[in-house]
Ligand binder design. Sequence first.
Ligand SMILES: [Zn+2]
Length: 349
Amino acid sequence: MEQLLKDLLMSNGVSGYEEHVAKIMSNALSKICSSVEIDNFGNVIGKLGNGKKKIMIAAHMDEIGMVVKYVSEKGYIYFVKIGGVNDSILPGKLVEIINKKGEHIKGVIGTKPPHLTTAEEARRPSKHTDMFIDIGLSSREEVMKVLNIGDQIIFEPNAGVLHGDFCYGKAADNRISCYAMIKVIEFFSKIKDLDAEICACATVQEEVGLKGGKTSSFKVNPDFALIIDTTPAGDMPGIEEKISALKLGKGVAITMIEAAGRGTIVSQKIRRIMLEAAVKNNIAHQIDIIDGGMTEGAIIYTNREGIFTGILSIPTRYIHAPASVFNIKDINSAIELAIKTIEAVVEEL
Ligand SMILES: [Zn+2]
């Protein structure tokens, strides 16, 4: 696995706490952009080239996680969830609490062993509000010496190769797209004749209401915005093909409708441009029409007087879990199709 991709997956940045991943993004972008800034909201915006069209690429860099809420007298840590986390995945997981000094404090989300669980308790689904983190200290006093209320909590960082092109990692949603965005910018940094300015926006706080996409697209005010994000793949036990037909290794998904229309409904014109770009250039792709879930495209395309928006989604298994599975081939087809879409948009829009 390429080092940049690994660094992005291993880095931390629960929504509102993106400084660490923002530093990786701004370092990578400064090597290939003419300017890079971090705006008031925390979005990293890199600019490149100039010309009559303004193109925005957006990839959110925040991840779902938790934040320290309360420490009990006995030193157990209670938390709030940030973003969509299923309570059922939490018990027994290894986490890291990151304090003000940037130190990572290891902890385990405690769970009652079956030996001590009554039949009635075993039937009841556990709620995150009853869960606690054990960091191996036995009093509130000791705990408060190493962390503060309000510190972010992430799942234990992990990234690597499973087999062949199949890889795993924490926060694949959406660090794999941050990586893809950098590769797209890298490509355009070597092309001198594109009649456009490209703004790469690594956005914040997507997982808690698409916020960074809203402010950055207002600031950039592009003619076209291309969002790169992940989308849940359906090729695993328990998901019928009619619910999701997206498969790993079969190419990037061109998202057309999110959340049954409550999210982005991509315009017919942009759908045509993106599909043509994929077919003409022989890029592996799938079509994503999804019942639940949306990207920051939903807020960007309704910003200002309406912004032409396209969405590329990389199919990913186990999104919002401590480790997700993805395929390198799909990242590569996302990079290729992003490039060809932008070239086509500059010509045709
Ligand atoms: Zn996402």
